[in-house]
Design a protein around this ligand. Structure first.
Ligand SMILES: [Fe+2]
Ligand SMILES: [Fe+2]
Length: 212
């Protein structure tokens, strides 16, 4: 029996995202399996480096340091796993330009701390939740090896999303910043646009393929 999104994703995570990945993205992903894996590797590497850069900037927050250190290690393991899959399939790693997605979210980050940190953490939660949703979306269409791998990623990226969101709420509360829920809603809408509007380039986090 084919797994549904309800089987694969926690309801809370599905509610957090404002839209499902459009079918047109899924079609493009299945038509470009090599590109998908290369960009996936790229995303894992970037997820690790985002976590590391937070560790450099916010040295006075022990919970953040611990969570980000764990997260960076996990993302690097994912990176190694993707590289192994690519190698076994004869797919060569090459440099790809970044999609508009992460930058499209980060351009809205407020400048001053702790608002800056809160926004970056909320964005982290969206990136993790969307990755999780895309893995789940792909799983029913993949071969057994990749489906198994992506099922394990759904679990860990789901945890990462929870950690980012927990940290955002915690540091906002500590600073008596009451804007956090409104910021979550704000970024939900930015994220929805990036996912549901036409996009020239196909990537792991791209929008609807423009000229399908
Ligand atoms: Fe990952
Ligand atoms: Fe992650």
């Amino acid at each position: 029996m084919q797994e549904t999104m309800e089987d694969l994703l926690p309801a809370e995570l599905r509610d957090f995202l404002s839209c499902e990945t459009p079918d047109a993205w899924l079609d493009a992903a299945l038509a470009h399996p090599d590109l998908l894996l290369i960009d996936h590797a790229q995303c894992e590497k970037k997820a690790a480096s985002t976590a590391m850069s937070l560790m450099y900037r916010y040295v006075d927050r022990p919970l953040l340091l611990t969570k980000m250190s764990q997260l960076a290690r996990e993302e690097l393991l994912h990176f190694e796993q993707v590289i192994r899959v690519m190698e076994s399939r004869g797919i060569e790693y090459r440099h790809l330009s970044a999609s508009r997605y992460a930058e499209g979210l980060r351009r809205h980050v407020r400048r001053e701390d702790p608002q800056r940190l809160v926004d970056i953490l909320i964005i982290g939660a969206y990136i993790e939740a969307r990755s999780c949703e895309r893995f789940a979306r792909l799983i029913p269409h993949l071969d057994a090896e990749l489906a198994k791998f992506y099922r394990s990623l759904v679990k860990s990226e789901g945890r990462h999303y929870e950690d980012y969101l927990m940290l955002a709420r915690r540091y906002a509360a500590e600073a008596n910043d009451t804007s956090v829920e409104a910021r979550i809603v704000f970024f939900a809408e930015c994220e929805r646009q990036l996912i549901c509007e036409p996009d020239e380039v196909f990537r792991f986090h791209s929008g609807v393929p423009a000229a399908a």
